[in-house]
Design a protein around this ligand. Structure first.
Ligand code: HEC
Length: 155
């Protein structure tokens, strides 16, 4: 009888050890996941990802507006280049030496690039349902209007 109890408790303990091991491994896996997510630290002042040439971007892009204006955007290298040129034309951004511009757009495209989570490709027209508002009458009217058969009323 004594022996039976002993054996039972031993088995109970090994079961507990198993549970502990499982818990520990899952915890360490979770910790590793978290680490990966937080790989790039954010600058507490601007909220920018502190990597690469982020300071060059900060020095040139937060003088006139909040960094959120560009941190909320997503773009490819080409899009970011267009934004910088538009900034120079319309926003008063000063001229940038080509190599500095390259560094700025490279940082922006690498860290604020397009992502699957935000945009999807447009649905091809062949997959779309027919337009319920497209009627024969409407088409006729459009044709007549294009031909100048319907007088335009002035407001
Ligand atoms: C000299 C001032 C100035 C600097 C420096 C500047 N911007 Fe701007 N930015 C503006 C102004 C002004 C607007 C608003 C223009 C408008 O809406 O017509 C603007 C708007 C923007 C917008 C559009 C936001 C939106 O959603 O409409 C983006 C993106 C942007 N800037 C990015 C940048 C980046 C990237 C840089 C650095 C390369 C930069 N800006 C540097 C003045 C500046």
């Amino acid at each position: 009888m004594d022996q039976l109890i002993k054996r039972k408790s031993k088995r109970g303990r090994s079961w507990l050890v198993g549970v502990w091991l499982m818990l520990l491994t899952s915890l360490s896996v979770m910790a590793a996941d978290k680490k990966e997510e937080k790989e790039i630290p954010l600058d507490p002042v601007t909220g920018m990802k502190m990597t690469g040439d982020w300071e060059l971007v900060r020095n040139n892009c937060i003088m006139c507006h909040s960094p959120q204006l560009f941190l909320r955007q997503k773009g490819t290298l080409v899009t970011w280049k267009e934004i910088v040129h538009w900034m120079q034309k319309e926003g008063g951004l000063w001229p940038l030496p080509p190599e500095l511009e390259e560094k700025i757009v490279t940082y922006l495209a690498a860290n604020y690039g397009p992502s699957d989570a935000y945009r999807r490709a447009p649905i091809p027209a062949t997959y779309m349902p027919t337009n319920p508002y497209e009627s024969k009458i409407k088409k006729d009217v459009q044709k007549k209007r294009a031909a100048g058969l319907i007088p335009v009323r002035k407001p």
